[in-house]
Design a binder for this molecule. Structure first.
Ligand SMILES: *Cc1c(COP(=O)(O)O)cnc(C)c1O
Length: 397
């Protein structure tokens, strides 16, 4: 900066570090909304995508790209073909952008009846307003899925592990059905995380995550990601830029850090969940324990086929004997496990499904979704599993 500038100018142009010769080991946070060029031609070439580079952080940001590349590396680790990632401000932005990238007015989506509540709202209240047709089916009933497919069907949507019953999606069969009918299979794999299952290995075309859950892992950041083959991810990226649900560089830093310990955390959480499920299964005050590690779970075999050895997810659905009141009372008596929405973090959380996430369903509709009125969803965290078991046992009385 020339000494002839006045103080306000010198202040506004405080020096920045020169590009380093060394590589920083910690992820640099490029907290910059815009990127400067030496020449107008460079700027024009970059904005026109004729030259690689960054122009504006809603379009692309290096910190955010590093996070998205990390999720893509995990989801694509065993594939022979390339995949790429895109990051979003939330899981919901990832789901909405992905669906809208591949389905237009007059076209059709087949989705699970038990789909995540936010996705249900998007499909039934938003996309329908833009002329998209939606059928909700029992996604575990492959005949029902096949029957719902029409010539307009462009997307079958599924969740690797479904909330709260931990139903496992038959990804290979759903992919077959989709592809035989000229449609794609999109999978929300939030509950599994790429440590438990990688849907692209089982035929899915695109996988999305709410990174808010296991990937973040500390209940302190909201984010989402989508991973697919480069030609598909380009369509998702283009729409992300237009819809504007970009991830912030600070959130990308936290989520990139989350990836570093994802394997350790998720393995521990899954093992603790299997431990709790086994210990609670025969308890006299317990009507039903749902966790795919149990041979009594209807999808135990499928989980063994699709999931990495010994990992069955870290959510346990526990139904005490009785109805709604007993489920809520169980939550109130827990001392260590905290009443809160969300999942995947270090703290174990509990929520009574019938009064919270599934509050719109009466007992008959709950039965249709195979959810018992008393059931509480426990997201198993990083505490000592014996302390969690002791807490649940004292609450069951
Ligand atoms: C939480 C969640 C979402 C939405 O993610 P946000 O980050 O809250 O927007 C989508 N799908 C599943 C399965 C989820 O658990």
């Amino acid at each position: 900066m020339s000494e002839s500038y006045r103080p306000d100018t010198v202040a506004a142009h405080a020096p920045m570090p020169e590009p380093l010769r060394e590589r920083p080991l910690g992820l640099p946070v490029y907290r910059s909304s815009t990127f400067a060029f030496d020449t107008a031609a460079d700027y024009a070439e970059t904005l026109g995508s004729r030259r690689e580079g960054y122009t504006y952080s809603r379009i692309d940001n290096p910190t955010v790209d590093a996070f998205a590349a990390g999720v893509a590396a995990l989801e694509g680790q065993n594939l022979s073909t390339a995949v790429e990632g895109q990051a979003f401000a939330s899981g919901s932005a990832a789901v909405a952008t992905t669906m809208m990238a591949f389905v237009s007015a007059g076209e059709h989506i087949v989705a699970p009846k038990a789909v995540y509540g936010g996705t249900y709202g998007l499909l039934s209240n938003v996309l329908t307003r833009f002329g998209v047709l939606v059928s909700f089916v029992d996604i575990g009933d492959l005949d029902a899925v096949a029957a719902a497919i029409t010539p307009q069907t462009k997307l079958i949507w599924s969740e690797t592990l479904c909330n709260p019953t931990m139903a496992v999606a038959n990804l290979p069969r759903l992919a077959e059905l989709a592809h035989a009918n000229g449609a794609m299979l999109g999978v929300d794999s939030t509950f599994a995380s790429p440590i438990v299952c990688r849907p692209l290995e089982h035929g899915a075309d695109v996988v999305v995550h709410s990174a808010t859950k296991y990937i973040g892992g500390h209940s302190d950041v909201t984010g989402g990601a989508a991973v697919a083959a480069p030609e598909l991810i380009q369509r998702i990226r283009a729409l992300r830029i237009d819809l504007g649900g970009a991830m912030s560089p600070d959130d990308a830093f936290l989520l990139h850090r989350g990836l570093t310990t994802l394997g350790l955390r998720v393995r521990r959480q899954c093992e603790s969940a299997s431990f709790l499920a086994a210990k609670l299964d025969a308890h006299p005050q317990v009507e039903l324990v749902e966790h795919p590690s149990l041979s009594s779970h209807p999808h135990h075999e499928l989980a063994c086929e699709l999931f990495d050895a010994g990992l069955f997810g870290a959510v346990v659905n526990l139904s005490p004997r009785g109805g709604r009141a007993e489920g809520m009372a169980l939550c109130d008596r827990l001392k260590l496990i905290t009443i809160a929405t969300s999942l995947g973090g270090a703290h174990s959380l509990v929520s009574h499904s019938a009064s919270t996430t599934h509050r719109q369903l009466d007992d008959e509709a709950l039965a249709g979704a195979r959810i018992t009125p008393s059931s509480v969803r426990i997201s198993v965290g990083l505490e000592d599993p014996q302390d969690l078991l002791d807490d649940i046992l004292q609450a069951l009385g």
